[in-house]
Design a binder for this molecule. Structure first.
Ligand SMILES: [Zn+2]
Length: 213
């Protein structure tokens, strides 16, 4: 990873954080973003708003996860590490407490193997099947183990009463996926009480075949 491309990635993380904050996808100091480098990670710092990130102060971790420079990383860095360790191709991870996704994560009687219905083709292509990870209190490392177990098969998971974690091959794909998840969660809540017509199994299969979703 050249210095230039790390500088570019730092700018990209800050631009994405600012964009998501300004659109209400994250608030307070919630949410975190990371990218994998050749020899470690860049991660958003703890206790900082994604709307006010400084490229020079992002946490720079080495390949063992130790802080090399910048501010200390998010306390939720273990969620990112669990995703990266199970998904070797993942180069970016985004975790949000986005309102509609959190609302869906707190619904009773959802299918924990696949929380949201396939309302649109874009959801099927960018998320596919979304497992619900059981609730654990902040700081409980059993959460990392639960994420790790599902991350082997899924690039996106929803933490119960908490929010989504999404891994992808680059920052743009990770943000597209987490935003598609949030939009679908909103649609799902809007459709509550209405007779709905999600995509059929055959329509999902065709998308998987055509787009390798
Ligand atoms: Zn969180």
């Amino acid at each position: 990873m050249s210095r230039l491309s790390e500088a570019r990635l730092r700018e990209d993380i800050c631009r994405l954080g600012s964009s998501m904050f300004s659109r209400g996808l994250t608030f307070g100091s919630s949410g975190n973003i990371s990218v994998r480098l050749d020899d470690g990670w860049l991660m958003t710092p703890t206790n900082v708003s994604l709307g006010r990130l400084d490229p020079a102060r992002l946490a720079r971790l080495d390949d063992a996860g130790r802080l090399v420079s910048g501010d200390p990383p998010t306390k939720e860095s273990f969620l990112h590490r669990a995703m990266y360790e199970e998904r070797r191709e993942a180069l970016a991870v985004v975790h949000l407490h986005s309102t509609h996704s959190v609302a869906v994560s707190a619904l009773a009687d959802v299918d924990a193997d696949d929380v949201l219905p396939p309302i649109t083709a874009y959801y099927v292509m960018r998320i596919g099947r979304l497992p619900l990870i059981p609730y654990f209190a902040p700081g409980d490392m059993k959460l990392a183990e639960a994420v790790r177990a599902e991350a082997r098969r899924h690039h996106a998971v929803l933490l119960a009463n908490h929010g989504p974690v999404v891994a992808a091959s680059d920052l743009g794909a990770a943000s597209d996926a987490v935003e598609e998840l949030e939009a679908t969660a909103r649609l799902h809540l809007l459709l509550h009480g209405h007779k709905t017509r999600p995509l059929t199994g055959a329509q999902r299969a065709e998308l998987r075949h055509r787009f390798a979703a």
